[in-house]
Design a protein. Structure first.
Length: 120
């Protein structure tokens, strides 16, 4: 039975690209050694490939790992995945929904502040 998304203690996103040829063990090693987190905790970990059209999610469920996989179909369909390879980023359920709908989880950036200058 699938867990309710709100039942996780945290949802963590691996920024940048991950080699999705890795399966459960390889992704759990990334969580443990690169993120310094417990892969057996009540968390959902998300990973995306370089082309940003495939996604794997890893979680622990009582007696074994669950691995979810999503592949986008359609010309140019891409996840709006954070490109900077920061270690790991904690996101909300609302941000996860935005991501799954093809939207950015980051707020849009407006114009920067401009200093006044003399126009002589």
């Amino acid at each position: 039975m699938l867990k309710e998304i709100t039942s996780y203690d945290g949802i963590y996103l691996a920024c940048g690209a991950t080699d999705l040829r890795k399966s459960v063990d390889g992704l759990a090693i990334i969580v443990k050694h690169e993120f310094n987190m417990d892969p057996f905790g009540n968390y959902l970990f998300l990973f995306c490939n370089r082309n940003r059209n495939r996604l794997k999610c890893l979680s622990w469920d009582k007696n074994g790992f669950v691995l979810y996989y999503k592949r986008l179909d359609g010309a140019g369909a891409r996840f709006k995945w954070p490109k900077e390879p920061a270690d790991v980023r904690n996101i909300t359920v609302s941000q996860l929904r935005l991501l799954m709908d093809g939207l950015s989880i980051d707020p849009p950036k407006g114009f920067g502040e401009v200093a006044a200058r003399d126009f002589c």
